[in-house]
Ligand binder design. Structure first.
Ligand code: DC
Length: 215
């Protein structure tokens, strides 16, 4: 796979519920770039397997689904369920699935007017030549609390301890897998949102992007 990117790309990586999605949407809107939440591509692949009653470790079937995924039809409202995130993290360990999805993500990144991609391996694997890279993190407790509040604000019920346990398990699975593990690129800017609002993180990121655009 060759990297096809020649447009402006902002890479945003980090663990679950760190705020990278919100930060990416704010950046995309400010710089008039398109935005791809690459987690949705793994979620859509996992959901298709679940819907067909297939096991989550059927690599060939999962890769076939990944190859035919329409990135224009990823519906966050259908894919955002906590259980689908868990299933996506399992599907994401399979190299054939990653190859297919990374290919599609690179095509998206190379499409004008440029883009913000968020995920786990954008700065390290998908777009190593991105204009600028961010790694957004926060303590597991703060991330669990944010996810909990998001679910209850939408009228759902959520168990804080259960969410925290899942977040810790998911961090380990994402960071310990052999293919494209979750880790900051060596040239990523770290944004720890444990004690920082997403708006403050956006301001910090905006100043860094403006500086990168001037060079
Ligand atoms: O960001 P998210 O919670 O929607 O991601 C769901 C899972 O998908 C995550 O636990 C790991 C996987 N993922 C990945 O491996 N690589 C990405 N670029 C994005 C997500």
């Amino acid at each position: 796979m060759t990297e096809q990117v020649s447009q402006i790309v902002i890479a945003v990586d980090g663990p679950a519920a760190a705020g990278k999605g919100t930060l990416s949407r704010l950046l995309a809107s400010h710089y008039r770039l398109s935005h791809l939440d690459t987690g949705l591509t793994y979620r859509a692949t996992a959901k298709a397997l679940l819907d067909r009653g297939l096991p989550l470790d059927d690599e060939d079937m999962a890769a076939e689904i990944a190859r035919t995924l329409d990135l224009g039809r990823l519906d966050r409202s259908v894919l955002s369920a906590h259980e689908i995130g868990e299933a996506a993290s399992k599907v994401a360990v399979m190299p054939k699935v990653r190859r297919a999805l990374v290919e599609a993500q690179r095509v998206f990144a190379a499409t004008p007017p440029g883009s913000v991609l968020d995920g786990r391996d954008i700065g390290t694997v998908v777009c190593p030549n991105a204009l600028i890279k961010f790694y957004v993190t926060a303590s597991p407790e703060v991330r669990a609390r944010r996810r909990h509040d998001e679910i209850t604000a939408n009228g759902g019920s959520a168990d804080l301890d259960g969410i925290l346990a899942d977040i810790i398990k998911r961090d380990a699975r994402d960071a310990e897998r052999a293919d494209s593990p979750l880790r900051p690129a060596s040239d990523a800017h770290l944004l720890d949102t444990t004690k920082m609002s997403i708006e403050t993180a956006f301001e910090a990121a905006r100043i860094l992007v403006d500086a990168a655009l001037e060079h």
